[in-house]
Design a protein around this ligand. Sequence first.
Ligand code: NAD
Length: 410
Amino acid sequence: MKAMESVRLYFERAAESLNLSDESKRLLLTPKREIQVQVPVKMDDGELQTLIGYRVQHDDSRGPMKGGLRFHHDVNLDEVRALASLMTWKTAVVNLPYGGAKGGVCVNPQALSRNELELVTRKFVDQIHDIVGPTTDIPAPDMGTNSEVMAWFRNQWEKYHGFGPACVTGKPVELYGAKGREEATGRGVGILAFKLLQRLARKPQETRVAIQGFGNVGFHAAKMLAEAEFKIVAVSDVSGGYYRPDGLNTQEVLRYAQSNNGSLDGYADAELISNEELLALDVEMLVPAAVGGVITVDNVDNIKAPVIIEAANGPITPSADDRLCERGVFVLPDILANAGGVTVSYFEWVQNLQHYSWDLNRIRQELDHVLSDAFEQVWRQGKQHGLGLRTAAYRIAIERVEFATRIGGA
Ligand code: NAD
């Protein structure tokens, strides 16, 4: 199923429980603006390549639009459109004063030199600078882009519009970035996992966890969960899974990955298993934090974990999600589970607008506050209407956007 179709399906389910009219649904689903631009780049060897870039601005009824900028060879309008609408629901469920957007350039960043990467960024900004900015649409890093790309983005945007670091987030900390942005998504996963366990009256010490993916999100989620005394029994990355039924030495695993260029490859103090086996482990909590579509109708019946935290975007396909729901598995949906990143991006934007820098402690406290609040609202909504956490989260998000559209005018 394409990304757009699953977001739409989840939207439809929640919209149905809200009794939204067809005209309201059409308004909420239709992006405000979609643009496709030509990005001509003179490569290092002198060849002129014409790349295609996109920015989809889905909704701005609750504030400026917010969403990542992806450089990947699979980037296409359908995917960008789905991700833009996902951002609208994600910012709404955690109640940030933002709408949703997403953009990207269809290019393989690994095949580019640093100079070419900078050129792609600057040429793309040349094409879209007049529709993005601190009060309209604020991009951020995503697949294939990083804080350096954001620094070039800001520099190019400021050539047209003057000083305005709030035009983009995820910048280097030394250049108006926020402390704690790197850990934010994984930290958020930890905060939310803890809240969910409390609601389920379970103890972290008695909760065995398996984490798939050990990149930015998986690494920091593991760190946070270990601090909260969860028992991490398995972790994985593209090199495979690493399992110890009696619990991994998480500090040692974190140090190993750090000293091994982020990779778990070669970690010896555990049994080597496959990523597929990791998903089927006898654990109390599963945290898919790698890529989308890893739990499908083909393997869902092997899943034993009663709690799944969707740290990655879309790790469970809708039909697999239905089966998990029937079995009473608690799935904390991606729009809430990985919203820690956009929340700290919001803090970065706020600091930039105030010309004032917060310390890490404050950022962590505010993140805890925003996510804990959002979790409680989603939990209560689910209980009140007899809904799973995903539909409850979408319901809250859609209700907020629909209200803003109705009261503020479209
Ligand atoms: P990353 O590139 O830093 O790390 C990805 C990790 O997954 C790596 O350890 C990689 O080895 C592993 N991996 C890749 N393919 C795999 C596979 N088929 N099986 C098992 N492991 C595999 O990415 P990230 O920033 O950690 O993002 C992970 C997920 O979280 C993505 O779905 C992303 O869209 C989502 N997400 C990230 C953020 C963020 O702030 N980084 C925010 C929201 C959502």
